[in-house]
Design a binder for this molecule. Structure first.
Ligand SMILES: C[S@@+](CC[C@H](N)C(=O)[O-])C[C@H]1O[C@@H](n2cnc3c(N)ncnc32)[C@H](O)[C@@H]1O
Length: 283
């Protein structure tokens, strides 16, 4: 606990990363990754395999961009640094461990960026209504030359995370109905997927396809079908189960299991063309 507090105090992070809870979430993720090392190992192997398969499709290797680089667990950073001239790790927060890992490679750089481009605006003023929030949702701005040279880009287990903290922030302000918050969350994810489709090189998406929370007896309590909402399975090249929170990790004996997909992300993706599926619980 003391180590976590020290990390919170000493990690360089923007006001929005601190106040909306991104820094706290990253520290929590790091602690969970330590506790769940064994349960996560096959997921991490599958992620690395998916990254290698995707990189193998790149004919040029100038810049690689990892969106949602987090703790650097789900992709082989050393290999990327050998394969590409430049590797950009893009996340809203970079904890000391990934900073140290990046510093060992001269061609690896950190880009601290809010990939929703929404967090700072929410800090300044809470929008009046859903339409006002929707108007704020826009693709993030990366330097144009970085995008032009991006021979490979991955959205690395980021998609389902994008709405979480902004939506929780809005929910705490009490002005938005649950259905509106769901629409906002969906728009944030759609915007990301459409933006990802605009990168010029090989595009890889690793994302939660389905999230399931089970009770102590293994019964499903809650299920979220991200795949159906965004037609992820149509583009999937691999799919596997990730025991995100094995029994004992959550309160009340609950556990969480995700189905994860790796996708070759298409250039022409349009979220509007994807009909919401009737069997999706909530996204
Ligand atoms: C599940 S973790 C990804 C783990 C990471 N791929 C790894 O290999 O360790 C999700 C990541 O998304 C980042 N994230 C969430 N919302 C973000 C945002 N709006 N902008 C940038 N990064 C964000 C979090 O900081 C976190 O590092």
């Amino acid at each position: 606990m003391l180590a976590e507090i020290l990390t919170w105090l000493t990690t360089p992070a923007s006001a929005e990363a601190r106040r909306l809870g991104y820094l706290r979430a990253a520290i929590g993720l790091q602690s969970r990754a330590g506790r769940c090392r064994a349960a996560w190992s096959s997921h991490l192997t599958r992620c690395h395999d998916a990254v290698r398969a995707s990189v193998a499709r790149c004919s040029r290797r100038r810049t690689a961009i990892v969106l949602g680089s987090g703790l650097g667990l789900e992709f082989p950073l050393d290999e990327l640094a050998k394969e590409f001239e430049r590797v950009v790790l893009a996340d809203i927060v970079h904890l000391p461990a990934i900073r140290r890992q990046a510093a060992r490679q001269p061609n690896v750089e950190l880009l601290s960026i809010d990939l929703t481009a929404l967090a700072r605006a929410l800090l300044i003023a809470v929008p009046r209504d859903t339409a006002a929030v929707m108007r704020l949702i826009a693709p993030p701005r990366l330097p144009p030359e970085m995008i032009a040279d991006a021979d490979w880009v991955i959205s690395c287990n980021l998609l389902s995370q994008l709405p979480m903290l902004p939506v929780a922030w809005l929910e705490r302000r009490g002005r938005f109905a649950a259905a509106d918050l769901e629409r906002i969350g969906r728009r944030l994810m759609a915007c990301h997927l459409e933006w990802l489709g605009g990168f010029p090189g090989v595009r890889c998406l690793i994302a939660d396809a389905e999230q399931t929370v089970r009770d102590a007896e293994g019964r499903t309590l809650e299920s979220t079908d991200v795949a159906a909402a965004f037609d992820l399975d149509r583009h999937a090249t691999a799919s596997w189960t990730w025991e995100l929170a094995p029994a004992g990790e959550l309160a009340d004996g609950l556990s969480a299991v995700h189905r994860v997909v790796a996708c070759d992300w298409p250039a022409d993706y349009s979220a509007a063309a994807v009909e919401p599926s009737g069997n999706s619980t909530s996204v």
